[in-house]
Design a protein around this ligand. Structure first.
Ligand code: PHE
Length: 457
């Protein structure tokens, strides 16, 4: 067994490119669209506390394990997992873990592109000035109009997937690397501008109180499961994206420190987005924090429309969301593309087109769940909600659990010591405790209680 492999896809230019790529993957619709409304529905502060606990105790250790496997295998998640399993002389069934990840990635990308399409549509809607002074029912009607039009949704879903192909087709250095090096600094600048705006023009204090006052009564087991699912989703773990990116990480980069930086950026962006959104929403009388998925697309436009110059800021906000979604979606596409290239010896371009076509078709299911299929439901979910719940709350925790167990108890110890060189003793020990004892137990408990709460009781 060689401890250091050479992959066919190349490596990032530096550790910073990995950090930006992984942060780009992590920061996305999960932070800006989902986190604020799930926190809103689950009562704010208590949810945020559990969520941050999940990030630190489960998310970071699982993420480190994923990067480790990826960097050891230096291939797509499916083959990196296979390679690591073989090198550890482990039961070959472990390799299926890589499969759950790639499958979850494909499913997530299919609905992710539809929501990202909404954000693209809203850049134009905001810039058109149509929503100036709009009230709640006007903004609601504008959003319903979008959802009711399959063609408009398909158009934007297609544009968004096209943008993803445009990046991934360029390969690791010239495609993904270049994209994240350009997009991430832009994203941070825009975020700071919006934070400044919401601080001076919004009700910042109310937003702060809402996110940081702990009211444990508002939280159910289902809420805890959602917090954990959200931690997995937002860090892009349990599904191969981080494993795929880890495969391109330079060998001398320190896994522990790097992952902590990425998790810090990701949590900071989620909290800042929450502060921005709630400051603006709370500044407008009559708007509710617990507005559900419509929070970003109904409450915010009302708030932006009521502030002088607000629509321009609104358009900037939706550009920011689109960029965040774009840099995440490319990390959902890459694992599948890399795997198909390895499997069939296909060119990057061909692999891209095949995967994008499958994703596009699957995505139509999500498009239709907002209009022509809205009456069909399965276990109480429409097609879109079902995919969202299945991936974030079931598939990601299960695959995260097995990745952790594999790295904690099965993998050959030389591989771990080789990949963890440079990670400081304290972090290494804490990580070992977390993956051996805390994460598997916490994931299983939350998973069982959450599923029980959702389906049985
Ligand atoms: N982390 C991304 C977000 O928060 C979503 C994502 C999940 C991206 C899994 C890649 C892999 O929006």
């Amino acid at each position: 067994m060689a401890l250091q492999q050479k992959g066919m896809h190349g490596t990032w230019a530096s550790r910073w490119t990995f950090i930006m790529a992984a942060t780009g993957s992590a920061v996305g619709l999960g932070n800006m669209w989902k986190f604020p409304y799930v926190a809103g529905i689950n009562g704010g502060g208590a949810f945020v506390l559990v969520y941050l606990g999940c990030i630190l105790l489960i998310g970071v250790p699982v993420m480190m394990s994923e990067v480790l496997i990826g960097r050891h295998g230096r291939q797509s998640p499916v083959n990196s997992m296979k390679e690591t399993v073989t090198d550890s002389n482990a039961n070959s069934k472990w390799r299926y873990v890589g499969w759950i990840g790639v499958l979850a990635g494909l499913l997530i990308l299919s609905f992710y592109a539809v929501i990202a399409g909404w954000a693209l549509d809203y850049i134009l809607l905001m810039s058109s000035g149509e929503l100036q002074g709009v009230n709640g029912s006007g903004a609601g009607a504008a959003f319903e109009n979008l959802l009711a039009s399959p063609l408009r949704l398909i158009l934007w879903q297609t544009v968004f997937l096209g943008l993803c192909v445009a990046v991934v087709i360029g390969g690791v250095k010239k495609g993904l690397g270049l994209a994240v090096e350009t997009l991430m600094p832009l994203l941070f600048v825009m975020l700071i501008i919006l934070l400044g705006f919401s601080f001076f023009k919004g009700n910042f204090q109310a937003a702060f109180d809402f996110l940081f006052s702990f009211n444990l009564d508002a939280l159910s087991w289902r809420g805890v499961l959602e917090a954990m699912g959200q931690a997995f989703f937002t860090l892009s773990i349990g599904m191969g994206a981080i494993m795929a990116y880890g495969a391109y990480m330079p060998q001398d980069a320190n896994i522990g420190k790097t992952v902590l930086i990425v998790a810090f950026f990701d949590s900071a962006v989620a909290i800042i987005s929450g502060l921005i959104i709630f400051s603006i929403v709370f500044a407008t009388p009559g708007l509710e924090p617990s507005a559900g998925p419509g929070l970003m697309f109904i409450s915010l436009p009302v708030a932006f429309g009521s502030i002088p110059g607000g629509l321009l800021i609104g358009a900037t906000f939706f550009i920011l969301v689109s960029i965040a979604a774009w840099s995440s979606a490319i990390s959902l596409l890459e694992p599948c593309v890399a795997w198909l290239m390895e499997l069939k010896n296909l060119s990057r371009a061909k692999a891209n087109l095949i995967i994008i076509f499958i994703t596009w078709i699957l995505g139509l299911g999500s498009v239709f769940s907002f209009n022509i299929w809205s009456d069909y439901s399965f276990m109480g979910f429409n097609f879109f909600d079902f995919l969202d719940f299945l991936t974030a709350n079931i598939m990601l925790p299960i695959s995260g659990l097995f990745i952790t167990l594999f790295v904690a108890y099965v993998i050959k110890s030389e591989i771990v010591s080789f990949e963890m060189q440079g990670t400081s003793g304290v972090i290494l020990n804490l990580w070992r405790i977390a993956i051996r004892f805390i994460a598997p137990f916490a994931i299983s408990l939350v998973f069982i209680m959450g599923v029980y709460d959702n389906f049985v009781s």
